[in-house]
Design a binder for this molecule. Structure first.
Ligand code: SDX
Length: 362
């Protein structure tokens, strides 16, 4: 029995490849450095969805269609916000997505692409007692998400930073949330059902729930002043150091340096720059502490460590970092769901029974 399905190849995919030994990520034949900071998120959405919808338009038309989908999500769910705001912002987003139609058309898919970007700012503003801001269908996707959060147009640097993040996390092989999405899609349930499985899996701190705790860790270390002591105490308590380690990467996650470079571009001199300099010292200390604590494992920095600094600099509260992760990953989830529906079969592994044996004499 492969505990945690370690090293089990459970699907063939044309979508992405995670080279854990080489530290490389390929998405539809493009390396991450080729895409991040160069392709805009709607273009990468099209790259991932290509071949799965007969009516998939070109880049420009798809970007406009995603804009219209943001408006449709807003119009459908704005009346429900009073019921969603009292939940934590991730659960509120998940509940909002559950209210969308459960179909398999491109229109259904684009509602999924749009939903996290619309619901997250609306729920955060609702928490503050501020009214939700309607989407602008003509706006760039990342720019509109930031505008719906703050009410003002974000700087081009901030828009590029968020867009680069969404592209960087858009797909990543058969991670837990993508696998969950494929399992549900394999039953021929609708896209919303499949995406809800992905949203459920992403929330966990071992997966997409990690970036928020990275901020808490940095704040705790800064307050205490002893990084090595704090980290050793966490490990001694059997805790995991958030932002480090990976099931596949045995070397540094290539996305960490992409995101670190974005944070550096955002504000070398300001608070962001000071936060980055401090985080880099914590990162080096954590790598050394982990090397000493787990000498048989290569535990390296993963995508979440610098995700935390980027999303903090973009103005998102730590409670919403996983929402923004979902806003990027949802494109991969939709593509994998369609790939499973069109080329896969029902996912139904075996299990080995180790429970009590019935009393045959009775
Ligand atoms: C993501 O799969 C993907 O592609 C995911 C992702 C994506 O894009 O979808 O890349 C996104 O989820 C990144 C990971 C975010 N999670 C965290 O940063 C949480 C901290 N990381 C760990 O929980 C852990 O590294 C995992 C869960 C990510 C991976 O762990 P594995 O490969 O399943 O290894 P394991 O849990 O079996 O641990 C092996 C040993 C254990 O020690 P022992 O019990 O053998 O003594 O390594 C230790 C673990 O305790 N270990 C850590 C550690 N990571 C592993 N110890 C302390 N801190 C850590 N971060």
């Amino acid at each position: 029995m492969a505990n945690g399905l370690d090293d089990v190849v459970a699907a063939e995919t044309v979508l992405s490849d995670v080279d854990g030994l080489g530290g490389r990520l390929t998405i539809r034949g493009h390396s991450l450095p080729e895409l991040a900071g160069r392709w805009r998120y709607p273009q990468v959405v099209r790259l991932l969805l290509d071949g799965f919808f007969d009516d998939l338009p070109g880049d420009a038309e798809l970007a406009q269609a995603i804009g219209r989908s943001r408006v449709e999500v807003f119009e459908r769910l704005q009346p429900m916000l009073p019921a969603l705001v009292p939940l934590d912002v991730y659960s509120g987003m998940r509940a909002g997505v559950a209210l969308l139609p459960d179909g398999d058309t491109l229109a259904d898919a684009l509602l999924m692409i749009a939903a996290p970007a619309v619901l997250t700012p609306a729920l955060l503003r609702g928490e503050r007692g501020s009214p939700a801001i309607a989407p602008n269908p003509q706006a760039d996707h990342a720019a509109d998400m930031l505008r719906m959060l703050s009410g003002t147009d974000a700087s081009p640097a901030l828009v590029t930073a968020l867009d680069t993040y969404l592209v960087t996390v858009c797909d990543h092989g058969l991670n837990a949330s993508t696998f969950a999405t494929r399992v549900v899609a394999s039953t021929q349930a609708g896209l919303t059902s499949a995406i809800l499985a992905g949203l459920g899996a992403l929330k966990g701190p071992l997966h997409g729930g990690a970036p928020g705790p990275v901020i808490e860790m940095l704040d705790a270390i800064e307050a205490g002043g002893d990084a090595a002591g704090w980290l050793r105490a966490e490990i001694a308590r059997g805790e995991r150091i958030m932002g480090f380690g990976h099931r596949i990467y045995r070397v540094r996650d290539p996305r960490a340096d992409v995101l670190k470079a974005v944070v550096r571009q955002l504000g070398a001199e300001g608070a962001t720059g000071r936060r980055l300099a401090f985080a880099e010292t914590v990162e080096q200390t954590a790598l050394e502490v982990l090397r000493q604590a787990k000498p048989s494992r290569s535990i390296q920095t993963n995508v979440e460590f610098y995700t935390a600094l980027l999303l903090e600099a973009a103005g998102f509260p730590a409670e919403a970092f996983s929402n923004v992760f979902a806003a990027g990953r949802v494109a991969g989830w939709v593509a994998h769901a369609r790939e499973q529906q069109t080329t896969g079969r029902l996912i139904r592994p075996q299990s080995r029974y180790v429970g009590p044996v019935p009393d045959l004499v009775a």
